[in-house]
Design a protein around this ligand. Structure first.
Ligand SMILES: C[S@@+](CC[C@H](N)C(=O)[O-])C[C@H]1O[C@@H](n2cnc3c(N)ncnc32)[C@H](O)[C@@H]1O
Length: 329
């Protein structure tokens, strides 16, 4: 099962490369009506070259993985590209907002749990370098080994990593082993500094008990923190078959399980893992995010990229993906 779950990272990476190739990402200037639009533009400055460099090096490192990703990229559905665009943007908007909520000279730490091939650490270290005390990527051992190899084999990426070697840490581990995870994290983190945790499409692969324990242990251990979590939700309406179909498809095609898809199945149920009576929680689905946060001019640009005839399908799909933001002190 570990191997099957780990391979979902290839979906995430191929989707991102695809969204970059089809120019969904980076978003245009003026995408958000909020003042953070400018920060977002700087953050995305090198996103294309970084990912293409990673992808190119991956080809030399593992033909097998490269072949898998290439195959996934051959069928670029517009709804999939929209999904990647919204997911990427929503997480970065949340991260920037959390960072902006800290005093201007406040140092902070970022932990990407189940980071896979995500290259956010480069974007954030480039952008907020002085203030980022630590950036940790944690994933299964094989995922970390592959990522380390790729980063080392690319002269460009290795150069970047070297310049951040005191700040960036890649940790192999299994999130299901909560005590072990905590032990590893606390070796590198200062609990007195605000820490932002990210779980992007990760908790959905854990059981209810394991994911609950992971969240509550971290929230107890770190007195001041923020959490950004993105996942699919199965839907709570009796007529809503999204989760049941998704679960069946994943099982039939890959023998892959999403144990909590039908448990944390709605915007009101998803936050339960973080709700300790003290934390402040905000949750929205990706359709809300597209409708409310993205400017009309950017929506027009997105429509021009690929022909999308099924707006209803996009709406159904994106109403079943959520982003949660929470802070606790
Ligand atoms: C769908 S991928 C998402 C990768 C990355 N967060 C992103 O969105 O680009 C899920 C990732 O979570 C990792 N993961 C899932 N369960 C895990 C666990 N118990 N321990 C460590 N990593 C885990 C997988 O190995 C994989 O890299």
């Amino acid at each position: 099962m570990e191997r099957i779950i780990q391979q979902t990272d290839y979906d995430a990476l191929s989707s991102k490369i695809c969204a970059l190739q089809f120019s969904y990402l980076p978003p245009n200037k003026g995408t958000l009506s909020e003042p953070i639009d400018e920060t977002l533009q700087s953050l995305y400055q090198d996103i294309k070259s970084l990912h293409f460099e990673y992808y190119k090096t991956l080809k030399e490192e593992s033909r097998n993985v490269y072949g898998k990703i290439n195959k996934l990229m051959r069928n670029p559905f517009p709804v999939m590209n929209y999904g990647t665009y919204l997911r990427t943007l929503a997480i970065d908007v949340s991260l920037i907002k959390f960072i902006n909520s800290f005093p201007i000279d406040q140092h902070f730490q970022i932990v990407n749990l189940g980071s896979g091939s995500d290259l956010r650490f480069i974007q954030y270290l480039n952008m907020f370098g002085d203030r980022v005390e630590r950036f940790i990527d944690l994933d299964f051992k094989d995922a970390i080994i592959l990522k380390q190899k790729i980063l080392k084999d690319s002269i460009t990426l290795d150069h970047i990593i070297q310049s951040y070697r005191d700040k960036f840490v890649m940790l192999p581990g299994d999130l299901k082993n909560v005590a072990g995870t905590l032990e590893k994290l606390t070796q590198f983190l200062n609990p007195k500094i605000p820490t932002i945790f990210i779980t992007e499409c990760v908790l959905c692969y854990m059981t209810e008990n394991d994911s609950k324990q992971l969240v509550s242990t971290i929230m107890n251990e770190f007195p001041t923190g923020c959490w950004i979590s993105y996942d699919p939700i199965g839907g709570s309406d009796v007529n809503d078959k999204f989760g049941t179909i998704m679960k069946r498809n994943l099982m039939d095609s890959r023998n892959l399980e999403m144990p909590t898809l039908l448990i944390y199945n709605s915007k009101s149920n998803y936050p339960q893992r973080w709700d300790n009576g003290k934390s402040e929680i905000v949750i929205k689905d990706m359709w809300d995010f597209l409708s409310e946060s993205i400017s009309d001019i950017e929506k027009k640009r997105l429509r021009s990229l690929q022909f999308l005839d099924e707006i209803e399908e996009l709406k159904i799909m994106q109403s079943h993906y959520v982003i949660l933001n929470t802070t606790w002190t």
